[in-house]
Design a protein around this ligand. Structure first.
Ligand code: PMP
Length: 430
């Protein structure tokens, strides 16, 4: 048997049997260059790679690890659930408890269906919106990612109000001709779209806090206009809170902005690191789902008992007193500390945070939409990324991604990160 010694060896082997060596593209370091780190274990705010180098982890599995890695209570719940059996293909009490908890924490959700990935959640929410309205057209925003369902892998067409182009090979033009792609935070474009074709729009889907074009906050006016226009034209408003749900606040972005969507997609945090996602809304809307209604959706592992045990324990832990205050303070301390360190070094940089999410920008001000985000200095980010990696700090390996803190990122961890960044910004300025 070959002994695996380091990241390079593993990456070379992985590329022989797995496309690009990874099971999800961003992990391949394509954007930043270099060898991806193969992770062997994690604890609290840290993980270790195959060379046993320790990193402060700021991706947290891209969101789920909100209570920190390998939290003893989550691990115990998973172990206990596993001893009772891994999957039954029949309902369990855990699913009832989880549905009740989600409905209690997110008041716009009266009924919820559990699935296994965010992609399934948004794809099913879209089908429900189309099934319930009897309309085909959907509106999404440039730079928002909603998983890899065909109708959502679309970028803007050549002209405003023309339908989109596929962003992936293998997505038929026919599928995306129903998807209209507008600019994030642009109220006028939304008004125009509804004025032109309001009666044909099944739904608007949005990340109310965008985390897939770095971190970009929606303006309140943008989300308010969306709510108003959807209601006026009989379209369904879908908040994709797969990333920002239970992340920017206990009640998600809809609580922060005080806006009630018709449907919400959830994922990441609600599985606590195992595959659980969900979509839900009013009981009336959800009654269109099979077996009650005509909109079909199903899953062999939906509501998996081990995954639900991890998710439920995580949902309990995030309800501890002061959890979001502490989480938000950590992300803010990081954003402000990094901004100050860059300023000292004279590097054009800023950072922002909301709840336990943050964005790092190599631009003078935070971007408001996809085009502004793309105008940032990506080369500089890549150099920063690699120096930070050498310092033992793992940020998302692409300039287009948001970052995440966990409840285990205490002041000492954050301050160590800022100290490392201070050294790195000096190198960048030199
Ligand atoms: N929606 C959003 C907002 C996401 O951030 C993601 C994943 N990053 C998804 C949907 C898709 O989730 P999954 O990767 O679990 O399919």
């Amino acid at each position: 048997m070959t002994t695996i010694s380091n990241n390079d060896t593993l990456f070379a082997r992985a590329q022989k049997t797995t496309p690009g060596g990874v099971n999800s593209p961003v992990r391949a370091f394509r954007s930043v260059g270099g060898t991806p780190r193969f992770i062997t274990r994690a604890d609290g705010p840290y993980f270790w790679d195959a060379d046993d180098k320790r990193y402060i982890d700021y991706i947290g599995s891209w969101g789920p690890a909100i209570v920190g890695h390998a939290h003893p209570q989550v691990v115990k719940a998973v172990q206990e659930a596993a001893t009772r059996g891994l999957s039954f293909g029949a309902p369990t009490e855990g699913e009832v408890l989880m549905a009740e908890e989600i409905c209690r924490l997110v008041p716009s959700i009266e009924q919820v269906r559990l699935v296994s990935s965010g992609t399934e959640a948004t794809m099913s929410a879209l089908r429900l919106a189309r099934g319930a309205t009897g309309r085909d057209k959907i509106v999404k925003f440039e730079g928002c990612y909603h998983g890899h369902a065909d109708s959502l892998l679309v970028k803007a067409g050549s002209g405003l109000l023309t339908f989109g182009n596929p962003t992936s090979a293998g997505v038929p033009e026919d599928f995306v001709k129903h998807t209209l792609v507008l600019d994030y935070n642009n109220v006028q474009q939304l008004e125009d779209a509804f004025a032109n074709m309001g009666g044909e729009i099944a739904c608007v889907i949005v990340e109310p806090v965008a985390g897939n074009m770095n971190l970009i906050k929606a303006s309140p006016e943008f989300l308010q206009a969306m709510r108003r226009l959807c209601t006026a034209h009989g379209a369904i408003l879908i908040f994709d809170e797969v990333m920002c749900g239970f992340r920017v606040a206990l009640g998600g972005a809809q609580q922060v902005y005080g806006i009630v969507p018709d449907l919400t997609a959830l994922g990441k945090v609600i599985g606590g690191g195992l595959p659980v996602a969900a979509f839900g809304g009013s009981a009336k809307l959800m009654s269109h789902m099979a077996p009650l209604g005509a909109v079909y959706q199903a899953g062999t592992l939906s509501g998996n008992p081990v995954a639900v045990a991890a998710g439920m324990t995580t949902l309990k832990l995030i309800q501890e007193d002061g959890f979001y205050e502490r989480l938000g303070a950590s992300a803010r301390r990081l954003a402000d500390g990094l901004t100050a360190a860059a300023k000292e070094a004279g590097v054009v940089f800023c950072a922002d945070a909301i709840g336990g999410m943050f964005g790092l920008y190599f631009s003078a001000t935070p971007p408001n939409n996809y085009a502004e985000m793309m105008a940032g200095d990506r080369e500089r980010f890549n150099v920063f990324f690699h120096h930070m990696l050498d310092e033992g700090v793992y940020f998302a390996p692409a300039a287009y991604e948001a970052g995440f803190v966990s409840a285990q990122h205490d002041d000492a961890v954050i301050d160590a990160t800022i100290e490392a960044a201070r050294r790195v910004f000096k190198k960048l300025a030199a």
